[in-house]
Design a protein around this ligand. Structure first.
Ligand SMILES: [Mn+2]
Length: 191
């Protein structure tokens, strides 16, 4: 993980493979973060989430909608997954956040906390596309993406937002994570 990102995932109790998978790609002018939660638990859930990551890795040049369409096609014969993808354009400082299903994405800035990503459905089972959110970022803004194995109301105290992203991810999981579902947290701090 790069210095300005953090990631942690743990399988639900009784499983060894985690059905939540997150990845970060640092490109010359963009940073791409993705978090997928394969339906259910165990190897089949992990397989679906890994297929999504593989598909994104091979299609990083695509626009958000086309990227989700490619993932939907790739996951057609899998369990399916919920998926959120954040693209940060490092020239324009613009965050584009596409999401299908219940990966939670929250942006913390000094002025406000914003919940992003409203698309419903399952990647691999077809879905009605919902246009991505677009938000300009300032230095220090922190994006948290987490699966439903972490409490929906999970939040970060303002005075804690400067903590290193990896520590933030670990502490979030420790404080808000459930043990009866796969749980994962992906953090990005804009710099
Ligand atoms: Mn889950």
């Amino acid at each position: 993980m790069a210095l300005n990102t953090g990631y942690v995932a743990r399988p639900c109790k009784g499983e060894t493979l985690c059905g939540d998978v997150g990845r970060v790609w640092q490109l010359p002018t963009r940073c791409v973060l993705a978090l997928a939660d394969g339906l259910g638990h165990g190897p089949h859930a992990a397989h679906a989430a890994l297929l999504a990551m593989e598909c994104i890795a091979q299609n990083l040049h695509l626009e958000c909608q086309a990227l989700f369409a490619a993932c939907d096609e790739r996951l057609r014969h899998s369990r399916g997954a919920v998926l959120a993808v954040a693209v940060i354009d490092l020239d324009s400082n613009l965050l584009t956040l596409g999401s299908i299903g219940n990966i939670r994405s929250k942006l913390f800035t000094p002025a406000r906390n914003v919940r992003l990503g409203a698309g419903r459905g399952i990647v691999g089972a077809g879905f009605k596309w919902t246009p991505p959110d677009q938000v300009p970022l300032s230095n220090g803004d922190t994006l948290l993406m987490f699966s439903d194995g972490v409490a929906e109301e999970a939040t970060v105290q303002a005075d804690y937002l400067n903590a290193p992203p990896q520590q933030l991810a670990q502490d979030m999981l420790a404080q808000w994570g459930r043990h009866d579902d796969d749980a994962s947290v992906l953090v990005y701090r804009h710099a």
